[in-house]
Structure formats: C-alpha cells, structure tokens
Design a protein around this ligand. Structure first.
Ligand code: UDX
Length: 454
C-alpha cells in the first residue's frame, strides 16, 4: 500500500521506515527543503540507531520517497500527520502545526482517505480537531484517526517493530471503521491493540508518559533518601521491585528526566488539570520533582567538593550532553542543565559527548566541548558522569589520573567501572549508593551492611 506521511522529524522518519520495512511504499513530505534533500541522499537529520541504514535501504529498493509536495499522492489512502507540537502560545503542546496539516488534508483528500494524527496531542486536541472539521463544513470528509506513538529515542526502530501496544482513536463515531483500519496496518507486528474515542486516547498517551515520569522521579527522590541514610538505591529498587505489582522497569535513578516528551508532558498535565479545574497534586508534582532533583544534583556535587561556595573556580568535566545514551538529542537534557547550573555556580565547565556535540552547541553556544572524554577531564578537579554512554563505562582511569588535577568522580548514572577508577586513585561517588561506595565514611547513624558489596 502507498502511505503518505507529513513531517520528517524523528517520529515521522521512524514511522516511515517502519512501514516501509513492513512492505509498504511511503512518501514522506516536509516543508524543509534542505531536510528533504538530505533525506533523499540517505542522510537523516537526527541520529537514531539503525535509521540511516534503513533509510538507505528504503531509497535503494524504492519503498521510501521524499518530497516537499504537501498533498498526498493520488493512490495513497492513509496520510500520517507527524508534525511537531512544540510549546507555543496555545500551551506546551501547540496544535497549530497539526491543525494546519489536517485542514489541508481535509480540503484536498477524497472521502475514502484516512488522516492519521500521530503527533502528540494535548487533552483538548481532539476537540480542536473537531473544530477544524466543522470549519471545513464538508459532509463527505476523509476520516480522522489519532494514533499516538510510544517509541523511545535510541530504541525507536525496535519500539516500532515490537510495540507494547497499538492504540487508535476515532474523532467521531463515523471514524470508527477507519480507526480499526489503521490498527490493521500494524497487524503484522502482532501487538495488542486498543481502539477508543480520541479523547481517551489523548489521555492514554499523556497518562503513560506522566506515569513513566513519576516512576523515574520516584527513583530519583529515593536515591537522594539513600544518599542521606547510607542505603544502596540499587538494592532498594531491587527489593521493592520484587513485588510483582511494582517491578523494576523505569526505576533507574539518574540526573533527571530529559527528552522531548516526558518533561513537556509533565508540565502539560499540570497545566491541563489546572485548566480543567481538576485537583491533581500527584500528577502535577512530577515536573516539580524533576526540577528539584536537578538542583539537588548540583548541591550534592558542591557538598562533595567541600560545601557552600566550593564550586567557584573549580574546573569540572561533565561527561555526556545527550538526555540519554544512543541519541544526539539534547532537548531538556539534564546533562546540559547540569553543565549550565554548574557554570552559573561559578565552576569552569568542560563537557564531552560522543554524539550530541553539534546539537548541544546550538542549544548552548557558551558551552565548552572537548573532542574526547580525556580532553574534557584534563586539569579537572572533578568529573561528573551525566549520560550513560557505553564509552564512559570503559574509561582508561590510569590515563585520566595522569591528566586530571583532582580525584573526585561523581557518577549520576551508576555506570562507571568503580574498581578501575578506585585502583587509579579516584574517589568515586554514585548517586544513591553511599553505603556501597564509601563504607563507614560519612554515613549517618544506620549503615546497610547486607546491601554492601564493598
Ligand atoms: C519517552 C517515552 O518512553 C516514549 O514511550 C514516548 O513515546 C516518548 O517519550 P524518550 O523521550 O525517548 O521516550 O525517553 P525515555 O527512554 O523514556 O527516557 C526519558 C528520560 O528519563 C531520559 O532522560 C532518561 O535518561 C530518563 N530515565 C529513563 C531515567 O533516568 N531512568 C529510567 O529508569 C528511565
């Protein structure tokens, strides 16, 4: 089948490649002519493992095509809208791009066409789409279906190929058959599916992301409690997770929640519940928890370096800028925020990232970025690991000891090879693991001996 897709961003490209690999022909359109030209040459505008290879394969076998023509080809029955919903004057998830794309498709596509909105919608998004529909006043309009994505950056192709679920939403009862038809497109993937009204589907998407954000925030706050009591957060999460009602997924503490989705949706739910006059203190607190956690990471480093004012004039290497490993995305990256906050506190910051340097420099032109991790650490008083890149697990600590001035390693991701770093003379502090890393040292009152591996 020939599918049309509007919006050659991360979600659009992964969706296009995913459907092309399922045997469909996909034409991808975008307003950005430079982006389309790059894609037509096999160059994706974002890094995603496997994307460039799949793009080149799709171009070679003719299953993928790129265009700046925004109207669907005559033989395409489905048009996927994957345009961005950035923060705008109408809220944290502005629907103006989506509304414009849907309005255009409604005016040009035939009555058998199905417009599939894959962009993330705010809770009132379906209502806004319904207003677009009534504005066109077209009785034989194409069907409109929502189909949110649940793909993680860095694993997006895998998440497309093996989704936990496929969800579609119908805008009006007359769109129900089309919502089922969209489910059929994903049928070869064998995932559980759900069809519901579009308002429920918008809440499924928002609720999923807020719940994931709440889980990570829970782990982050618990890690700081562990720091205060001398407990080991890994043992704590493992112990809590043995309860089959809880589990351990998405409970890895780190420097904070980043990315284009979770932080934005944590803000969106707070604003949207307030606008709806729904008291939702739990849902609304995820964003605040994340902000507090990021501040506390800076305070912790200050404490480790000797207390108030100790960051001033210190040279600190921040390893990692991407919001997580295996992506070059720095949107809402806690690593980038950490670098900026340390700089604001008077520290002299040098950073490194194996992939995200270009996008990090665009986001923060004042950022000092070294070409290698070792160069970032040269003459540094301390090093903070902020992104869990595999190469930071395999650092040559003997070489680093020769290059660095200080001996403090603060690992917010729990990935440093602690034995190797210690052997090279470093003091390694890991978020939430004081009882493991410094047995007996600086642990107040109760130490957890059974959780200690030291
Ligand atoms: C997220 C959702 O997971 C995905 O379903 C949705 O479609 C898009 O948003 P993504 O933004 O790629 O995906 O990132 P995700 O893997 O969810 O991580 C978000 C942030 O939380 C990252 O900064 C990550 O490092 C952090 N995180 C995640 C943790 O700190 N601990 C965890 O256990 C998991």
């Amino acid at each position: 089948m020939h599918l049309f897709l509007l919006g050659a961003g991360h979600v659009g490209l992964v969706t296009a490649v995913g459907f092309a690999r399922l045997g469909h022909r996909v034409t991808v359109a975008d307003l950005d002519a430079a982006r389309i030209a790059g894609l037509a040459n096999g160059q994706p505008p974002v890094f995603e493992p496997g994307l460039a290879e799949a793009l080149i394969a799709g171009l070679a076998n003719g299953s993928l095509a790129f265009t700046t023509e925004l109207d669907p080809p005559a033989d395409a029955r489905f048009s996927f809208v994957c345009v961005s919903t950035p923060t705008g004057p109408d809220g944290p998830l502005s629907t103006s791009n989506v509304e414009a794309a849907v309005a255009r498709l409604l005016s040009t596509a035939g009555p058998d066409h199905v417009v599939v909105v894959r962009s993330t919608l705010p809770l009132d998004g379906p209502g806004r789409l319904a207003a677009v529909v009534s504005a066109t006043g077209r009785p034989d309009r194409p069907a409109i279906v929502t189909n949110p994505e649940f793909m993680r950056e860095g694993q997006a192709l895998e998440d497309f190929d093996r989704p936990n679920r496929v969800v579609t939403g119908w805008l009006e009862p007359l769109d129900q058959a089309a919502a089922q038809a969209v489910i059929e497109l994903y049928a070869p993937l064998g995932a559980p599916s759900l069809v519901a009204d579009a308002r429920s589907v918008a809440l499924i998407k928002l609720g999923s992301n807020v719940f994931l954000g709440a889980k990570i925030s829970f782990a982050n706050e618990m890690a700081r409690v562990a720091d205060a009591t001398g407990a080991d957060i890994e043992a704590v999460i493992a112990g809590i997770g043995l309860d089959s009602r809880i589990g351990t997924a998405f409970l890895r503490p780190g420097p904070g929640i980043g990315g284009s989705c979770l932080p934005e949706q944590a803000i969106a739910i707070a604003l949207e519940t307030a606008a709806l006059d729904v008291e939702a203190p739990l849902l609304s607190s995820v964003h605040r928890s994340n902000a507090v956690h990021q501040r506390e990471i800076v305070s912790r480093l200050e404490t480790l370096l000797g207390g108030a004012g100790s960051l001033v004039g210190r040279r600190i290497a921040v390893l990692g800028l991407a919001f997580k490993a295996d992506t070059d995305d720095v949107r809402e990256s806690p690593a980038l925020a950490l670098a900026a906050n340390l700089r604001a506190a008077g520290a002299d910051i040098v950073t490194h990232d194996p992939r995200a340097e270009r996008r990090a420099r665009l986001a923060d032109p004042a950022l000092a970025v070294a070409p290698t991790a070792l160069e970032a650490m040269r003459d540094a008083d301390a090093v903070v690991v902020a992104t869990e890149w595999a190469e930071y697990h395999a650092l040559d600590w003997a070489a680093i000891a020769a290059a660095m001035r200080g001996r403090l390693v603060y690992d917010t991701r729990g990935i440093v090879d602690v034995d190797a770093a210690r052997q090279a003379g470093f003091r390694v502090e890991r978020l939430g693991r004081p009882g493991v890393d410094q047995p007996g040292a600086g642990i107040p009152a109760v130490a957890s001996s059974s959780a200690s591996d030291a």
